[in-house]
Each structure stands twice: as structure tokens, then as C-alpha cells.
Design a protein around this ligand. Structure first.
Ligand SMILES: Cc1cc2nc3c(=O)[nH]c(=O)nc-3n(C[C@H](O)[C@H](O)[C@H](O)COP(=O)(O)OP(=O)(O)OC[C@H]3O[C@@H](n4cnc5c(N)ncnc54)[C@H](O)[C@@H]3O)c2cc1C
Length: 348
């Protein structure tokens, strides 16, 4: 384990925000994890796990915790009975895995192309996009259990995956060290269900398409919204979607329709009497148009769900804008938006 001192965290996040950590333990091997946690105990501070920093908001004051920075690498592929069983170390970059899976003809993660961050974080919030979620293909998660002080293998049922949620997100008990995916070997995507994607591909909902075409189309769609990290694209300095899409019941939906002045509200069925409403739609109609700026942070010019740092911003400014949006949406539609990124040393 490598211990670094007085480390600026902003460059380790995609928002480029946040102060310093007094101690960062760089974890390159699984056995480094208990050692890093023991170091935090010795120092009498909490331990915070950092992957690629693409779903965190870190306080300007920095964190009073030992940051466990995941940097383990390694990929193992086993092919059997038309399936590929791919086990990746937590520190493998997610998008590189998707690219190689598509090149190998492993189906099931192609719609998740272009998402930043590391493999170990994907089960935390059950990463998803364009109709696919990692829960569809995760076979098991190996993690260090801080309560039991032992490595454990978690089944998908143990992880209790939900929409941008899992048991792993609601507790700091587990440090993910490895994830195993089971992917059918075939040059066709899983059935495509996301209307924007099927339209772009020119296929009907429920049909499949060649893996490489799906991946390229997803990346192009994401790029058009500033949702692919790119040093040349200032609109990509964000944490992706800042709020999750709210799920409301019939009464909640009626309240949204009323707030919208009776116009048609976009929605997706989310179970019996439950509706998922696009947060971006609510945000724009609550008066926060794309490009709406407050100091050095703004609502993305290409997607109302992302909040962007223009390079001079602070976490304080970002959270103030997020709070204004939250209040504006609640006032108009009666819906309280929940932030998607994890707040570290700060709160919305
Ligand atoms: C431009 C952009 C687009 C995005 N698009 C999407 C999208 O389409 N869909 C989507 O779901 N997300 C999206 N995201 C969010 C983000 O990329 C994912 O949530 C990603 O999985 C986070 O990975 P990370 O390694 O950066 O995690 P981090 O941001 O470093 O950490 C996120 C959380 O996971 C915890 N964590 C990280 N690694 C581990 C580990 N090994 N063990 C235990 N806990 C851990 C951290 O403690 C923290 O609580 C986007 C982000 C950006 C910037």
C-alpha cells in the first residue's frame, strides 16, 4: 500500500472540485484494503473509498478521512457454453471494459458505453443507461466486509440492486475489490428498450442490433449531451446526472400535471401505480433552462440534468445551485429531487 500525504482531491474528480485529504492510501492489491482500513483506525479517522471520482461531490474544505484510492488492475476471462465469465479488479476503467467486451463479442454491457469511472463502483449505484443496468449481467461481487473484517462474495440478491441503488450504496460496510460479469457470447445486443436509442439505430423496441453499432450510437448520443468525458468539451466537467429521476404515485403525477399547467408530462411506468418522471424535464420547466448559470457553475448547456463547473467554481456554489433547483422543482411540482452523486464532507 502506498500512503500519500496532503493530496488535492479536485483533480481526482470529474467535477474538478474539492479540497485536500491529509492521507490517501493507494490500493493496488486486494490485500492492501484491510491494511488501508487499519491505517485509518490507527489515525482515528473514517475511511472513504474513491474510485474514478465521477460520482462524488467533495467539500471545498476537503475531507477529514483517509481516502482509500482504488488502483488495482487485472482481468480474467473464462469462456464456457456460449457464455463469457469476466472477472475484473475494482480499479479497471469501466469504459475500457465495455470497449473490449464489444470487440470480443460479449453481449450485455454495450449500452453502458461512455460511462466514466471504475469497475468497482458500478455495483454501488447499479450503474445504468439506455435501458441496461449492471445488475442484468453481474454474477458476483467480491468485497472486503468491514464489519466481519473478511473478504466475502456477494450474490446479486445480497446486493439488493434497485434503480441507481444497492445495499452497497446505503452503507460503507463493503469495499468492492472484484466484480464478475456473465455475458452471452454473440454479436447482438440484448433486446433494446430505450426509445431514443432504438430510434437512433432505426430498430423497433425489443429488437437487437450489432454490438459495435450499439456502442457507437450510445457514445454519439452521450457525446451530444456532454455525457462523455472529454478534455475538449467544457460541458463534460460534471458528475453526470446530478439528480435521479423521481418515481411518483398517481397522486404525485397528478400534482406534476397540475404544476405543468395540464400539459402532457413525459413518464415511464415504474410498477403498479408508479411513474418515473424525467428530472431534466422538471428542472427546465421549473425555470432552470440549459445554460442557467450561478457564479462559476451552470446547468449544462446540453442536458438539464448535469451541473457543470466552468473551471473556477466551488463546491459551495455547486450545492447552492443544486438547492435552488431542488426548491424550484418542489415548489412547482411537489417533487423533491434526490441527488445522485455521493456527498463527501458536505450536504445538499
Ligand atoms: C459525464 C458523466 C456521465 C455519467 N453517466 C452515467 C450514466 O449514464 N449512468 C450511471 O449510472 N452513472 C453515470 N455517471 C456517474 C458515474 O460515472 C458512475 O456512478 C460510476 O460508476 C462512478 O464510478 P467512480 O469509479 O468514478 O466512483 P466514485 O465517484 O469514485 O465513487 C462513487 C461512490 O462509490 C463508492 N465507491 C467507489 N468505488 C468503490 C469500491 N471499490 N468499493 C466500495 N465503494 C466504492 C465511493 O465511496 C462513492 O460513494 C456519469 C458520470 C459522469 C461524470
Amino acid at each position: 500500500m502506498r500512503l500519500e500525504r496532503d493530496v488535492s482531491l479536485a483533480p481526482l474528480t470529474t467535477l474538478r472540485l474539492g479540497g485536500k485529504a491529509a492521507r490517501v492510501a493507494v490500493v493496488e492489491r486486494e490485500s492492501d484494503v484491510p491494511e488501508a482500513l487499519a491505517e485509518a483506525e490507527r489515525a482515528g479517522v473514517e475511511a472513504f473509498v474513491l474510485g474514478g471520482g465521477s460520482n462524488v461531490v467533495i467539500a471545498d474544505e476537503g475531507v477529514d478521512a483517509l481516502v482509500v484510492r482504488i488502483a488495482s488492475r487485472g482481468v480474467d476471462v473464462e469462456r464456457r457454453d456460449g457464455m463469457a465469465r469476466v472477472t475484473l479488479a475494482a480499479g479497471e476503467p469501466w469504459d475500457a471494459f465495455v470497449e473490449s467486451a464489444v470487440a470480443e463479442g460479449f453481449s450485455g454491457v454495450e449500452c453502458l458505453a461512455g460511462i466514466p469511472g471504475l469497475v468497482g463502483a458500478t455495483p454501488i449505484q447499479n450503474v445504468g443507461a439506455y435501458g441496461q443496468e449492471v445488475k442484468d449481467t453481474i454474477a458476483s461481487v467480491r468485497a472486503y466486509d468491514r464489519e466481519a473484517r473478511a473478504f466475502v462474495d456477494l450474490t446479486p440478491a445480497d446486493c439488493a440492486f434497485g434503480y441507481r441503488a444497492s445495499r452497497l450504496k446505503s452503507t460503507s460496510r463493503y469495499v468492492v475489490v472484484r466484480v464478475t460479469f456473465e455475458l452471452p457470447v454473440k454479436d447482438a445486443s440484448a433486446p433494446l428498450r430505450y426509445a431514443e436509442l432504438t430510434r437512433a439505430l432505426g430498430v423497433a423496441e425489443g429488437e437487437t442490433a450489432p454490438l459495435a453499432r450499439v456502442r457507437e450510437t450510445v457514445v454519439a448520443l452521450r457525446r451530444s449531451k456532454g455525457m462523455v468525458l472529454d478534455d475538449a468539451d467544457p460541458e463534460s466537467v460534471s458528475a453526470g446526472s446530478f439528480f435521479v429521476n423521481p418515481v411518483v404515485d398517481d397522486a404525485g403525477l397528478a400534482r406534476v400535471v397540475e404544476g405543468a399547467g395540464g400539459v402532457e408530462v413525459p413518464r415511464h411506468a415504474a410498477g403498479e401505480g408508479r411513474w418515473k418522471v424525467p428530472a431534466a424535464w422538471l428542472i427546465e420547466r421549473a425555470g432552470f433552462a440549459r445554460g442557467f448559470a450561478a457564479g462559476h457553475v451552470h446547468v449544462s448547456k446540453r442536458h438539464a440534468l448535469a451541473l457543470v463547473n466552468d473551471g473556477q467554481g466551488t463546491t459551495r456554489e455547486l450545492l447552492a445551485l443544486a438547492r435552488d433547483i431542488q426548491r424550484g422543482v418542489e415548489r412547482r411540482f411537489g417533487v423533491v429531487l434526490t441527488p445522485e452523486p455521493v456527498m463527501v464532507g458536505c450536504a445538499i
